[in-house]
Design a protein around this ligand. Structure first.
Ligand SMILES: Cc1cc2nc3c(=O)[nH]c(=O)nc-3n(C[C@H](O)[C@H](O)[C@H](O)COP(=O)(O)OP(=O)(O)OC[C@H]3O[C@@H](n4cnc5c(N)ncnc54)[C@H](O)[C@@H]3O)c2cc1C
Ligand code: FES
Length: 246
């Protein structure tokens, strides 16, 4: 059982900081399953929810999330000292680029990319998008990394008006990393393929267990079924059957 140290509800996303004694560390792009403490679970049988590890070290783990339903609403209302269950680190995470890279994040998917932006060398380009400026999660943190950073918003309240993929111009030989809405990741895949770049996408499918037991996160790919929790969440975009809407 772990404890919340801080919870902050912000305009576009909430921030949850947890004390996790003995945390083994994480690779960029890995996630955790966050759930209610067993005592509360008896009254409210809520499945744990998958959340990207935004950043973390031996003393604290941080998550950034959007309130979309019951689970995230409960998480956003936790008070410091509240108890939670945590399972992680889970998933394959991102393979670090060996050359130039562009990171493309949309909405809550931005949370999966911060650690990668922080550790990737050479420093990647970062493109972030949201409905409004307030939806660009972790903007100050990305800004502080001193990277080439561009923003697009649907309403033009920050950066360029339009889609974040409008900013994407992949270079041959580079790696594009994308996390966000499916249509955004598909567009990143198409632009990368046309330019001769690799593309890795991190999928955010709903999950029940997070470790391969429930088979609830299965996706159909041209090579057969894959499980987002254990084979992913990061996939080579070329391995996914976009045409079939996987
Ligand atoms: C590996 C992974 C990492 C993730 N990391 C983050 C993160 O860092 N920050 C963050 O904000 N979110 C993240 N998500 C998404 C997050 O897990 C869901 O938003 C959350 O589970 C919703 O739970 P809920 O109980 O609030 O909503 P629910 O009550 O379960 O759902 C409410 C509504 O949202 C829809 N919905 C639920 N899950 C999703 C989803 N994944 N995509 C689109 N619509 C959905 C449902 O269909 C429903 O209409 C991640 C998901 C995965 C798989
Ligand atoms: S979430 Fe249970 S198998 Fe993937």
């Amino acid at each position: 059982m772990i404890r919340a140290i801080a919870t902050v509800r912000e305009a576009g996303a909430s921030r949850l900081v947890l004390e996790v004694p003995g945390w083994p560390g994480q690779r960029p792009g890995q996630f955790a399953m966050l759930g209610l403490e067993p005592e509360r679970l008896r009254r409210d049988p809520l499945l744990p929810r998958p959340m990207a590890i935004y950043r973390g070290d031996a003393s604290a783990l941080e998550f950034r999330f959007k309130v979309v339903g019951r689970g995230t609403r409960i998480m956003a209302e936790l008070v410091p000292g509240a108890k939670l269950s945590l399972l992680g680190p889970l998933g394959n995470g991102f393979e670090l680029p060996s050359g130039p890279a562009t990171l493309v994040g949309g909405g809550s998917g931005i949370a999966s990319l911060y650690e990668l932006a922080r550790v990737a060398r050479p420093a990647p380009r970062v493109l972030l998008g949201g409905r409004t400026g307030a939806d660009i999660l972790g903007l100050a943190d990305f800004d502080a990394l001193g990277l080439e950073l561009s923003i697009a918003t649907d309403d033009g309240s920050l950066g360029r008006r339009g889609l974040v993929t409008d900013l994407l111009a992949p270079r041959a030989g580079e790696t594009v990393y994308a996390c966000g809405p499916l249509a955004m990741m598909q567009r990143a895949h198409e632009l990368a393929a046309a330019a001769g770049a690799r593309c890795r996408v991190s999928l955010e499918n709903p999950m029940a267990c997070g470790f391969g037991a429930c088979l609830g996160c299965a996706i159909k790919t041209p090579a057969g079924f894959r499980y987002v929790c254990t084979h992913g969440p990061v996939f080579d975009s070329a391995s996914l059957g976009w045409e079939a809407g996987s």
